[in-house]
Design a binder for this molecule. Structure first.
Ligand code: ADP
Ligand code: MG
Length: 381
């Protein structure tokens, strides 16, 4: 989904109030009933609320949903994007949004500028943006389909990534400096370096290889396994040839049942890449999880004790397992009705949907933005 900031500066205070009310109502309602929106917004007289609702719906920040019990609205990804940007704007961490520099399976990456013009990276997590090819996978997915939960999962991923970047940075790991987080978005230092995959010249592959292997072991010595340690998630400075590691939502603990397997996968990913790209093969075997790792510090426990609970970690992992299972299903049923693929990109739709009671129970992360002032600078584009 594109981040369209066109309307950011034109929204009135009332519009923001109503948008915030829809977000707050979403914590315990999959579809927020219109009277509740009015009530939470605290705006007197229905016409103002109605006007804002129409404005927000027209530009796709909320979507109308009709169901068996009542009509109401649901926040779209566009709506949460605006709320997050507004929060950054008020905290003066983001002033303007620039070009998109990356689009991953589950994130969008933009260059943004702070007030002084210094550039940062905005990573917007978009979990649930997957096309399922097979009919069966569609069916399974649709059964659990709930835009509220995609948003919730995206928020979990952002929280996890931000909290880990903080402790990693504090412990001397080469990662971008984490600057701010709101909802499903994180703001971090812009690294002026290219991913290893597209770096044209590595002067000394053996040296970089050794550094990367040391890093994998250092992660594990601190209780962690990156889990996606590959040529896309390692940026290399052209001049110093020093690596910076990014992309942490899938990190696991060394206690995890698949720890050794993931550790080996990270190691083998680098081995394979160096062999293929630079014709470099180390004469040293390993590193090995059982032999070379000596966990003396537990950053996993540190994070769980502060910003990201064990429960949240598990919830995110459950989602990932489900995605993996669906991907496997997709492979298994290739060729089956590709046109039935669901493009989850098409969020913000106001399609009809059953709003079951259990979905309403869905836990939402407590929003730190709750007590924010309505006024404030609105980001320009
Ligand atoms: P995804 O989870 O979608 O893979 P990543 O965090 O790996 O997201 O970011 C995707 C791409 O965006 C990276 O491969 C890199 O090219 C670029 N990128 C991400 N973060 C930064 C950063 N802090 N500085 C510079 N480029 C970045
Ligand atoms: Mg990545």
């Amino acid at each position: 989904m594109k981040l369209d900031t066109t309307h950011l500066r034109y929204l009135s205070n009332e519009d923001w109030r109503v948008l915030t009310a829809v977000e707050m109502g979403s914590r315990n309602h999959e579809v927020v009933p219109t009277p509740l929106i009015a009530q939470i917004s605290g705006m007197r007289g229905g016409s103002g609320v109605q006007r804002s609702i129409s404005t927000l719906a027209k530009i796709g920040l909320i979507g109308k949903v009709k169901n068996a019990h009542y009509d109401g609205y649901r926040l779209t990804y566009g709506g949460v994007d605006y709320l997050a940007l507004n929060t950054f704007s008020k905290r003066k961490t983001v002033y303007s949004v620039g070009n998109q520099i990356g689009v991953g399976k589950e994130s969008d990456i933009y260059v943004v500028a702070g007030e002084t013009g210094v550039q940062h990276v905005l990573k917007i997590h978009r979990l649930g943006r997957i096309s399922f090819r097979s009919v069966k996978a569609n069916r399974d997915y649709l059964r659990n389909r709930n835009s509220g939960s995609w948003m919730y999962m995206s928020r979990l991923a952002a929280t996890k990534e931000f909290e880990f970047m903080k402790v990693l940075r504090e412990n001397g790991f080469p990662v971008p400096e984490p600057l701010d987080q709101s909802r499903h978005c994180i703001l971090m230092e812009l690294i002026d370096a290219h991913p290893l995959r597209s770096v044209t010249e590595i002067v000394n592959p053996a040296k970089l290889y050794a550094e990367l292997m040391e890093l994998i072991v250092k992660f594990a010595n601190h209780g962690l396994i990156h889990g996606d340690f590959n040529e896309f998630n390692i940026l290399v400075y052209e001049k110093s040839q020093k690596p910076i590691v990014i992309d942490f939502p899938q990190m696991i603990s060394v206690d995890h049942a698949n720890a050794e397997e993931q550790f080996d996968r990270d190691v083998n990913c680098i081995k394979r890449f160096f062999e293929r790209k630079f014709g470099f093969k180390s004469d040293q075997p390993g590193p090995f999880f059982t032999k070379d790792v000596n966990t003396t510090k537990r950053l996993d426990a540190e994070v769980m004790a502060s910003g990201f609970s064990k429960k949240q970690w598990k919830e995110l992992e459950k989602y990932r397992l489900q995605v993996l299972a669906n991907e496997k299903d997709d492979e298994g049923e290739e060729g089956e009705s590709a046109e039935q693929a669901v493009d989850e990109n098409a969020e913000g739709d106001s399609e009809e949907e059953d709003d079951s009671e259990e979905e309403e129970e869905e836990e939402q992360l407590v929003q730190e933005e709750e007590e924010e002032e309505e006024e404030g600078e609105i980001i320009g584009t």
